[in-house]
Write a protein that binds this ligand. Structure first.
Ligand code: DGY
Length: 328
């Protein structure tokens, strides 16, 4: 399929130079405003496009895929997570799915540590005090947080991002522990000075900080459910820069309110923008608007990956970042 004839529909505004390059290479339909497409708009895009470029704000389910035109052959997701796309059904219908792994690893790991620090060192409380003009000067007992050095960090999901978190945490003097579907190769484990826990329950019960870095799949949904959250130490904190669905958000809110867990730093939420008001009202939480990968560099590199995936496909090859159901 010659690249210049490929019809590509992009569902959200992308960085300007990414859009310019897409226009140079393909017959591309870009978004005028940045509102997510409605379900009907998405279906209509899937009826006309050879390639759809969605983002995590676009659900692409089996019902929608069944209405896609025969010409739709590639869903080149702008993002690493593909839990909003029914990859299995897409495959059954002969539609390839690709994503953008690797380019948001460092940024997401940075944000993970930023959240750990924000919660343990009470940075938002300090900021609020300064912004209100209430600061009365230094005090030996004000805004006391906890020291990171020596604390145990338990990373749930030791892929690229988990490992990047581990490296940063070690630099802060934390002891790194992890649970993963598969144990890391001995060399990598040694390099990261990371301790593997086969039992997630046992790890959770012994950590000072838990970081969620696994993708959201049917097997990780509510991995941190009420029972497991209750295993956490009372003075422990949890941070999540992956997907909200991995934590039972209502159970977490209850535990934060009752003081059964010390704090949480969340960049992602179980129900998207519908955040439990009780969670928002908690003092011991730091909530961010899903900005883990929000760097200029990262967003441009994500666009470059999308372009490489489409171009490679257009040249008759498998996109380098093809996602197959077995990977999920
Ligand atoms: C992704 O790419 O899946 C990230 O969550 C976006 O920040």
């Amino acid at each position: 399929m010659p690249a210049e004839r490929l019809s590509v529909v992009v569902t959200r505004r992308l960085p300007e130079n990414v859009e310019t390059r897409l226009k140079e290479l393909f017959n591309v339909q870009l978004r005028e405003d940045d509102a997510p497409m409605s379900r009907d708009e998405l279906i209509s895009a899937m009826k006309q496009a050879d390639v759809l470029v969605p983002t995590l704000t676009d659900t692409v389910d089996a019902g929608m895929l069944s209405q896609a035109g025969d010409q739709l052959r590639l869903i080149a997701n702008y993002g690493a997570g593909v839990d909003h796309i029914d990859v299995q059904t897409a495959r059954q219908r002969g539609i390839l799915v690709s994503n953008t792994p690797g380019v948001l690893t460092e940024d997401t790991a940075d944000m993970t540590l930023a959240l750990v620090l924000a919660v343990t060192r009470r940075i938002p409380e300090g900021l609020a005090c300064m912004q209100s003009g209430d600061w009365q000067g230094w005090s030996p007992t004000a805004f006391l947080g906890g020291r990171l050095a020596g604390r145990r960090l338990g990373i749930l999901g030791m892929g690229r991002i988990g490992q990047a978190v581990a490296r940063r945490a070690a630099a802060f003097g934390m002891q790194v522990h992890y649970h993963n579907r598969k144990r890391l190769h001995g060399d990598i484990e040694q390099d990261l000075e990371a301790t593997y826990w086969e039992s997630l329950d046992q790890m959770v019960a012994r950590m000072d900080v838990i970081s969620i870095n696994c993708p959201h799949t049917p097997s990780t949904f509510h991995l941190m459910n009420a029972r497991r959250l209750k295993l956490m130490k009372k003075n422990a904190v949890i941070v999540n820069t992956s997907r909200g669905e991995v934590i039972d958000e209502n159970a977490l809110t209850r535990m934060l309110r009752s003081g059964d867990i010390a704090g949480a730093g969340l960049d992602v939420f179980e129900h998207g923008t519908e955040i439990n008001p009780r969670l928002r009202a908690q003092k011991n939480v730091v909530l961010l608007p899903h900005m883990g990968s929000a760097t200029v560099e990262g967003r441009i590199e994500m666009g470059e990956k999308v372009i490489i995936n489409i171009k490679t496909f257009a040249d008759g090859h498998r996109p380098p970042d093809q996602v197959v159901p077995a990977m999920l």
